[in-house]
Ligand binder design. Structure first.
Ligand code: GAR
Length: 186
């Protein structure tokens, strides 16, 4: 099974996924889709010999362009790993329950438009939450609202937003690739 990773930032989660499936007998990361030309994730993909599609907003929203690239690469499953654009409805329809996202909080809390990265951790700190964590969920047409597949928690009482970010990222690295494997190789 060929999977595509969509990412637009540093790509530390993408890196874990590339590593995890590097020698896998049934799953191959066959494409990185990225929307920022200077994103570090591009270099990470190239180090693994993974093809990169750098995409513009127009092409991302163009059904014919995006679906034909995914078809050409025989992509059957999509992983969002720090990808911030809303997934267009045509892509959700083409990949029903075949797109997953990781979110750095315990959904349904701290989800929705604008809730990504440090914005999430600053809000968790400001609200003096005792716990935060990660959510891995299926993707639908609305930000962060598809069915939750997996959550893991960590204590964050008294931590700064930066410390919360580090604790949550550690959980992401521990779990994401394994959960993807469980979904695609049940
Ligand atoms: C991750 O923490 C991921 O949960 C978050 O972006 C970060 C990407 O880090 N995603 C969102 O906030 C989506 N709403 P990475 O580039 O180092 O993998």
């Amino acid at each position: 099974m060929n999977i595509a990773v969509f990412a637009s930032g540093s790509g530390s989660n993408a890196q874990q996924i590339f590593e995890h499936f590097k020698q896998h007998s049934a799953v191959k990361v066959a494409l990185l889709v990225c929307n920022k030309s200077d994103a570090f994730v591009i270099e990470r993909a190239r180090n693994f010999g993974i093809p990169v599609l750098l995409i513009t907003k127009d092409d991302f929203q163009n059904e014919w362009v995006l679906l034909s690239v995914l078809k050409e690469r025989q992509i059957e499953f999509i992983v969002l790993a720090g990808f911030l654009w809303l997934i267009p409805p045509f892509l959700v329809k083409a990949y029903p329950d075949k797109i997953v996202n990781i979110h750095p909080a315990l959904l349904p809390q701290y989800g929705g438009k604008g809730m990504h990265g440090m914005n999430v951790h600053r809000a968790v700190e400001a609200n003096k939450e005792k716990e935060s964590g990660i959510s891995i969920h299926f993707v639908n047409e609305v930000y962060d609202s598809g069915a939750v597949i997996f959550q893991a928690r960590c204590a964050v009482e008294g931590l700064s937003a930066e410390q919360i970010a580090a604790a949550v990222l550690k959980l992401e690295h521990q779990h994401f690739a394994q959960i993807i494997e469980k979904i695609v190789c049940p």
